[in-house]
Each structure stands twice: as structure tokens, then as C-alpha cells.
Design a protein around this ligand. Sequence first.
Ligand code: FAD
Ligand code: N01
Length: 534
Amino acid sequence: MANAAEEIDAVVVGAGFSGLYMLHKLREKGLSVKVFEAGAGIGGTWYWNTYPGARCDVESMDYSYSFDPELEQEWEWTEKYPGQPEILSYLQHVADRHDLRKDVILETRVTHATFDERTSRWTVRTDQGHEVSAQYCVMATGCLSQPKFPEVPGLETFAGPWYHTGLWPKEGVDFSGRRVGVIGTGSSGIQVIPFVADEAADLTVFQRTPNYVLASFNGPIDQDRVRDTKANYPQAREAARQSIFGIAVDMPTQSALEVSDEERREVYQRGWERGHLNAILQAYTDLIFNEESNETAAAFIRDQVHARVNDPATAAKLEPRGYPYGTKRPCLDTRYYETFNRDNVHLVDLREEALVEITESGVRTTAGDYAFDTLVIATGFDAMTGAIQNIDITGKDGVSVRDKWQDGPDTYLGLALAGFPNLFVITGPGSPSVLSNMIVSIEQHVEWISDLVGYMSANGHSVIEAEAAAEKEWTEHVRAVGDMTLFTKADSYYIGANVPGKARVLMPYVGGVAGYRQKCEEVASAGYAGFELK
Ligand code: FAD
Ligand code: N01
């Protein structure tokens, strides 16, 4: 345990991709750093989400750090889309390679961070009794790290075991011979369901909103792709940085409505066969802006559901409808739809019979009771703001982040908050964040923050704070760009709709990774325009 009020240069909260790289970069600048991590291991998302089937849906060659050129040459990914164990062992390897573990304090949750206006330092306290005073405080707390539970009563009364996908037990779960209920059909649900179905005697899936699920065509990594990428990694990384979603794709030039039905279908079919998150979404210029265009892609995906599910009535329930394609996070699957062809798998449509409560014996809907031995809760996360608001963060004038964000998370560039000097957020609301390949966004934020720290010490500054006017202007820009798209048409976690009472505001910046990056670079080269430095 650290000494009381130990003085260090920086505290980083969280030891996932963000926190580990932030530690590395701040150390390079000569800072003393401590990382606090609530989990018993490093890895963040890839430490917590150990449910069977957990994997990434950005290709492994792209979902990896670019900062260590030797590492990206040496590391051998085995699959097109790596599974959770492989990503976790990659992160563990990075931590060992850069000797990061010695500054990470595990099983320790930060509870309070308080800015002292007299000393211009942050006092950070943990649930293990640490009290640390630091010049900088970086929230690397993750956008999808605060689990969210179903809003119906009774989970605590359920007699059998239950498991949230984001808090999965490390020893695994044996479903054999059990009657299992799964609530939720987002990315986590669609990944875990086929594996539960393999083992369970009987599986019932409770679906509220059907998702647009594309086939991943996952498999052993293509060695030609590995050779090509490794031969051109700097260019490939730069192409990702200069893209919209942090994944390089050929940019479309036409509207979906400019081409014939036949041509469009061929393009969607080719996109489908690539097994790639954005191959269809970025096939035309206007799929995310124009409902009529979007519907052409949505209809194509619905047809694929019918092609994969034998029972037409079940396929009809699984068809994504009622919101534009891409406005909730689309999914890539392995065997998801085919799972509904099994005799031991049943689908309950919660739009026909709403969830009422969880009982001692199972799940009650408006249509009746379902009995289970085990429940899997795949209801997602209080995304983007949940983990930050879970900490008592108090800035100038005693204002807390919780108060400040009551009507939505205002930030400057998704990186800083007016009234909270020397506090930074990695992939915060107002940055591309969850709408991007997050490793590209994480690296950009970490490097921007560490450059800023270098600039401050080179210029004799010790305090930096986002100006309220710059924050307001950026927040308005984020919302204005969002309003040009279809993103606000779906009840997604992007707009906070999955958490009752949360402000309904589009949180990630939809202006694209490349444009956003340019804006951050312009701010830095103008001597950190929009910030006050002291
Ligand atoms: P995290 O990995 O979430 O790490 C944050 C850490 O902070 C956690 O370990 C948490 O315990 C810790 N923490 C939070 N609050 C506190 C506190 N108060 N005190 C101490 N510690 C705290 N993104 C993609 O781009 N592509 C993908 O394919 C993809 N797949 C995903 C699959 C799953 C199952 C999930 C859940 C997310 C996925 N993501 C994906 C998003 C993923 O979260 C990011 O890619 C990335 O791993 C985030 O890294 P991070 O370090 O920012 O946050
Ligand atoms: O969470 P989600 P997730 N009653 O919010 C349902 C990343 N990720 O953990 O849509 C009944 O997407 C909810 O229904 P609805 C990725 O960024 C990536 O699956 O709100 N149902 C939905 O079906 C992803 O987007 C991978 O109507 C309730 C589900 O639960 C993010 O993490 C894998 C309910 C929640 O879906 C989160 O994914 C896993 C209620 N009260 C995660 N509350 C990859 O493949 C919620 N639901 C890369």
C-alpha cells in the first residue's frame, strides 16, 4: 500500500489498453506514475469479459498497438478476429515487455479524486485506503467497463447462479444439463449464446431489440494478409488514422440511391462475404445520413437472417427493424443465427411480452413465467460516462463531474473538462471513442496527452484547464454533427438510452477519426488553443 498522501506526478485510473500505454508514455516523459486498477489483473475489457465466445470484431492486425514497431512485427496473431484469451495474453506480453506491472496496483478501486485549488494538485483516494497527491490525473477507466443490469426487480432473489458477461468468473461456468436464460442480444449476447447453447440442456434467449448481425467468417489468420500488412505496417497504421472509423476501407463515392438494385445487391453481397464490420456500412456515402439509402442495406441484412434461420416465424422475430442499420453498434457473429435452428434453443420477443421481473425460479414476462437453473445477463454497460461518474470527482469550486454532466457529458475534445484542471479522459464523450477502432483512438489520446505534458514542462507551466467557451463550442459541434446523421434515431447506448434517467445526448463524436485527429493537432500546434495554461 502507498504511504498516506504520497506525492507523485500522475495517477492513471485503469489498466486496459489506455492505462497501460498512458503509463508507458508518461514514464518516457520522466514522470512518476501510479496506475490503480479495480480488477485483479491487467487488461481492462479483456480481463473482465471472459465469457465463452468473447472476441474482437476489428481484425487482429488492426486491433493492436502501433507504438512499438518491433512488437507489431514479432507478435503472431492466430485468427482474423482474435478471441479474448489471445488479446489478454497480448496485453500481458506488452506489460512485461515494457516493465509496466510494477507501477500498477491491482484490486484497488479509485473512489475519490479531488482538486485542491491551493496546491493545484489532485488528491486521489481508493477503496484500499491509498491517498495520493498528483499533478495530473488521467481517467483511463474505459467506455464499456461499468456493467449495466436489467431494470426489472428481483435479480437478487433468483435462486440459481447468474453471470453478467462483463463480470464473468475466471474459473468459467459449466452450463451442462442446465436450463439457461440469457437476457440481451447485443454484441456480448450474440457471442455467448452459441456457446451456452452447445452445453445447456435448454436455452431461452430474451431479445428486446434485434440487432443487425453480420457474419464474421472468422478463421485462422490469412498469412498473405499478415505478410502484406507487416511489410507495410507504417502505411497501414497511417491509413487507419486517416480514416473515419479508425479502420482503413476504400472510401465510397456514390449514394446508395444512385445505382441499380442489382448493382447495390452485388456490392452488399461482396461486403457481406468480407465479414467486416464496416464493409456494408461504408459501401455508399449516405447510409448513415439518409433513411431511404440506409433501408437498402437494412433490407439486405434482413434477408441474410432468413437465409440462416430455418423457422420463418423465428427469423421474423430476429429481423432487425425499427431503427436504421449502424445506429446501434452492429455485431459480427460466429454461429449466432444458426443457433436458433437447434431444438434446445427458444427465442422470447420482449416487444411482444415485456420483462416484468426476475423471480426466485426464473424470469417473469407479461405472458408468464420461465423457469431456469442459471441466468446470463448480457445487458451491457453504462457506456462512456458510467465508470467516470462512479468516482467522486470534484473540481474547482466543489463542482463534481456528476453534477456537471447531469444534462449530458460536456467536454473539450472529449479529453478535458472545464473546471477540472490537469484531468484528462481517454476516449471520453465528445471524441470518436466507441465509434472507432478504439486502439487507434486510444493511442491518439495517450500521445496527445503525453505531448501536452512535455509541452507544459518545457514551457514552465504546471496547470492547464479547458476554457468554458471552448468546451461549449466543441460540445455544440459534436451535437450538430450528430444531428446530421441517423444516430439519434435509435435507442442506443451511444445516446444514453439504455440507462433510465441518463441524458439523451449522442456522446461519441461522429465527425470521424481523421478530422478529429486533425482538430486535436491544430489545437496543440496553436499552443493548446482553448486551454488556459498557468
Ligand atoms: P478498459 O479496457 O475498459 O479498461 C478500463 C479499466 O479501468 C478496467 O479494467 C476497469 O476495471 C478500470 N477501472 C474503471 N474504473 C475504475 C476505478 N474507479 N478504479 C480503478 N479501476 C477502474 N473495441 C474495438 O475497437 N474493437 C472491438 O472489437 C472491441 N471489442 C470489444 C469486446 C468487448 C467484450 C467489450 C466489452 C468491448 C470491446 N471493445 C472493442 C471496446 C474496448 O473496451 C476497447 O477496445 C478497449 O479495450 C478499451 O480499453 P480501455 O483501456 O480504454 O478501457
Ligand atoms: O451491450 P449492448 P453488450 N431488458 O448494450 C438488452 C462492445 N462489445 O455488452 O437493444 C431487456 O450492446 C439490450 O436491448 P436493447 C461493443 O462496442 C463488442 O452486448 O437496449 N433487455 C441489448 O440487446 C458493444 O456495442 C464485442 O433493447 C435489455 C443488450 O441487452 C458494447 O461492447 C463483444 C435490458 C445489451 O446490448 C456493449 O455490448 C461484446 C432490459 N432491461 C461487446 N437492458 C465484439 O464483438 C438491456 N437489454 C467486438
